[in-house]
Design a protein around this ligand. Structure first.
Ligand code: GLU
Length: 433
């Protein structure tokens, strides 16, 4: 009888360490699930709140300056409208994906609920490279994109605003396109407009100013005097560059700034106004006189009191969280920290002011702008800033109290607070039909 040769054990598959899931929408759903668990939400309600209410994909044909037609892809996602119209910016970026826009829309839902303004959450994005497009191409792209998503936007439905690589001029084109289509001037269809067109005083600085107000509270909690505190800022767009100026005016020391091309470092302090002027000329902060060049990765791991990620998602991950040496992280960007990184930062006792709190100043003043548009009555800048300070500090303390009650870090606390508010509104409304 032949005896079967004993098979040699199969070689073990080469194990690569499990990579972190960087899909922004799955991250947003995970963050929601954690809060839903604390709140013991029932399964049906969880299904409602973790998926977007409405998703629109459009193709946008644009005549380019060279006469050729190019077709771009755009999205508008309305994640939730239980507490009011959908609200959220429009992003122009080559890496925009539907899952990114879905995540950003969900984060808007939780953000508007965290600061308790009467909006839901939405977001838009167009896959394009605005740095390589002329102003007239961007205008045609914007007008056609808006006319494609027009059926689902409006002052009572969904109100766009600026986000990465869109600005007050973009909002003016949106307001005009919408208004020309409906036949009257609809100021409240979009926020972040130029002040000359019904924009609010203080809206341009609002994201950074809101961030400053929560940093002030966090510094008190951590007993770090803001005067003389060292600050590193990743990203030098609207949020990052204005945060640098507001913090420098409070006598904090900006030791490093960066943009997509790299960073500039000076341990004795960088003057943000000079950095801005340099960037306007050179197109980047890299190479600014009196600074040494550092990479974005080096900036994130600098020893400093306050780190402000103010660029894109997923910059603080499993790969670098352990190396972070800041005491406070204030997320001016949306989604800069992954859940795995969050766990590490919490273990290191770093206070993370989550995006849905730290950058909510923008949408808060968007709410003020919309309210002013509906009233047809406009406020002075100091009135706007005073109300913004009130909303941001109230939200900080709501989150802080929730963190103490549930023994959780600030991100989970903000989610518990926000998801609780949206769940409550959804429940009292009841299910249609
Ligand atoms: N894009 C900003 C954000 O992510 C502002 C949104 C708004 O003002 O509606 O919060």
């Amino acid at each position: 009888m032949a005896i079967a040769a004993k098979a040699a054990p199969a070689p073990l598959p080469r194990m690569t360490p499990p990579r972190e899931d960087l899909n922004p929408f799955r991250i947003a759903q995970y963050q929601f699930d954690v809060a839903a668990e604390y709140l013991k939400l029932d399964a049906g309600l969880r299904q409602v709140l973790r998926t977007p209410k409405r998703v629109m994909e459009v193709s946008i044909p644009v005549k380019m300056d060279n006469g050729q037609v190019k077709v771009f892809t755009g999205y508008r996602v309305q994640h939730n409208i239980a507490r009011g119209p959908a609200k959220g910016g429009i992003r122009y970026h080559p890496n925009v994906t539907l899952d990114e826009v879905k995540a950003l829309a969900a984060w808007m839902t939780w953000k508007t609920a965290t600061v308790n303004v009467p909006f839901g959450g939405g977001k838009g994005g167009v896959v394009c490279d605005p740095k390589r497009m002329s102003k007239t191409e961007l205008e045609r792209l914007t007008r056609r994109y808006i006319s494609e998503i027009l059926p689902i936007i409006g002052p009572d439905r969904d109100i766009p605003a600026p986000d990465v690589y869109t600005d007050a001029q973009t909002m003016a084109w949106i307001m005009d396109t919408y208004s020309m289509t409906v036949g009257y001037s609809a100021l409240g269809v979009v926020t972040g407009k130029p002040v000359s067109l019904g924009g609010s005083e203080g809206r341009n600085e609002a994201t950074a100013r809101g961030c400053l107000y929560v940093i002030e509270e966090a510094c008190q909690l951590k007993k770090i005097p803001l005067r003389g505190a060292t600050v590193a800022i990743q990203g030098f767009g609207n949020a990052g560059s204005i945060a640098a100026q507001l913090l420098a005016a409070r006598r904090a020391k900006i030791v490093a700034v960066s943009d997509s091309r790299g960073g500039a470092y000076n341990p004795r302090g960088i003057d943000p106004t000079r950095a801005l002027r340099y960037k306007e000329r050179a197109g980047t902060v890299v190479g600014m006189p009196g600074t040494s060049r550092i990479s974005n990765d080096e900036l994130l791991t600098l020893k400093c009191d306050i780190l402000i990620p103010a660029a894109l998602e997923n910059c603080i991950t499993l790969d670098n969280a352990d190396l972070i040496r800041a005491k406070i992280i204030a997320e001016a960007a949306n989604g800069p920290t992954t859940p795995r990184a969050d766990e590490i930062l919490a273990r290191k006792n770093i206070l993370v002011l989550p995006d849905i709190l730290a950058n909510a100043g923008g949408v808060t003043v968007s709410y003020f702008e919309w309210a002013q548009n509906l009233q047809g009555y406009f406020w002075q800048e100091d009135e706007v800033n005073r109300r913004l300070e009130f909303v941001m500090k109230r939200a900080f303390h709501d989150v802080y109290q929730t963190a103490r009650k549930y023994h959780v870090h600030f991100r989970t606390a903000a989610y518990i607070l926000a998801v609780g508010r949206v769940a409550e509104a959804t429940t009292v409304r009841g299910l249609f039909p």
